[in-house]
Design a protein around this ligand. Structure first.
Ligand code: TXA
Ligand code: MG
Length: 324
């Protein structure tokens, strides 16, 4: 994909004034990187094909990969797409928050380019006050993929956005590190049993508890963005390591590994929420040291551990589809 021309990027602390100014930029068709509770997003007006095209260009993202529409309030999302009883139950229970719900949306005003031509829409109402204020001030839903170059790990700090997209976008609103650190969970409600498309910030167990039924888990094939090799640092990644080898950096969990240079522990006390919040920042930090490989300790496959393991297995996948 062609390089976007170099431009000045302004990294500004989020405040009522900078939010209002950024909303004016959005209404004029510009892009703004905004904090959400999960990761930073690269936002543009969902109704504007030009803004959506600029998002794909800035990220170097394959344009068959559709975007999530972010709404300021649940009512706005419910008015835009067809929520069946299960989708409504999920929205009531988890919005605002890190859940994305894919529903039929035959006449949504969200750009078809953002939806990659699909007649469904992925919707989410973020919990972050800056994101909600920005969407409300923009006066329209915002589409926002994670604000990283395509194929790189998602940004959990404004500085990560500047590293990846500096010179390619006009604005970054800084509200410090994100609370959750992993992308939203994506569930499709298309009639029948809801399907898990992407494990994420809301644990599968909590979704099944809210619905009173099991989710279908085979859905990754219909989330077109789920390329096997994604979230990739430059160094190769070795999973389920029980020891650290020569030249390796170590990404530990609960103090299982000895050695490694550098070595970071996602959560010395073995807390999965803490590990999720640290995951992407620690991968970036270890990678920046230029190790031969990153050895990763085993992470329990429960709760947020499923989403952590999902991202780690993508980081470790063969790099055939890497784009940057
Ligand atoms: O936490 C998050 O979800 C972050 C923040 C910024 O909100 N956003 C995010 O967006 O992770 P992105 O673009 O990196 O991932 C969106 C995923 C992709 O895997 C895409 O394929 C899927 O959502 N998706 C979007 N629309 C879809 C649809 N109509 N049907 C199925 N999957 C869809
Ligand atoms: Mg992403």
């Amino acid at each position: 994909m062609a390089e976007a021309p170099k431009r000045q990027t302004r990294l500004l602390p989020a405040s009522p004034e900078t939010i209002a100014a950024a909303a004016a930029e959005l209404r004029a068709g510009e892009l703004v990187a905004m904090p959400t509770e999960t990761v930073y997003g690269l936002a543009g007006l969902a109704t504007s094909d030009a803004a959506v095209a600029a998002i794909y260009a800035a990220k170097g993202r394959p344009s068959f990969n559709p975007l999530i529409a972010h709404f300021a309030a649940a009512e706005d999302a419910l008015a835009e797409a067809e929520f069946d009883a299960r989708a409504q139950a999920l929205a009531r229970r988890f919005w605002p928050g890190p859940l994305t719900i894919v529903t039929p949306a035959p006449c949504a005003k969200v750009s078809l380019l953002a939806r990659a031509g699909l007649d469904t829409l992925a919707s989410r109402v973020p919990a972050h006050p800056v994101a909600r204020a920005l969407i409300a001030a923009a006066g329209a839903p915002l589409v926002a993929p994670s604000a990283n170059r395509s194929g790189r790990v998602s940004p959990t700090r404004a500085e990560h956005v500047a590293e990846d997209l500096g010179g390619r976008i006009g604005w970054i609103l800084d509200a410090g590190p994100t609370r959750v650190g992993l992308e939203s969970t994506i569930v499709a409600c298309l009639g029948g049993r809801p399907e898990l498309l992407r494990p994420g910030a809301i644990a599968l167990e909590d979704l099944e508890d809210a619905l009173g039924e099991r989710l279908d888990r085979g859905g990754a094939a219909i989330a077109p963005g789920m390329l096997a090799s994604h979230y990739a640092p430059n160094a190769p990644v070795r999973l389920d390591a029980t020891e650290v080898r020569e030249g390796e950096a170590a990404l530990d969990f609960a103090g299982r590994l000895d050695g490694g240079a550098p070595r970071l522990d996602l959560s010395p006390r073995g807390d999965l929420a803490e590990a999720a919040a640290n995951l992407f920042a620690y991968l970036r930090a270890l990678d920046a040291a230029g190790p031969a490989r990153i050895a990763v300790a085993p992470i329990p496959q429960r709760g947020l551990g499923r989403a952590i393991n999902d991202r780690l297995s993508r980081a470790a996948a063969p790099r055939v589809t890497r784009r940057s």
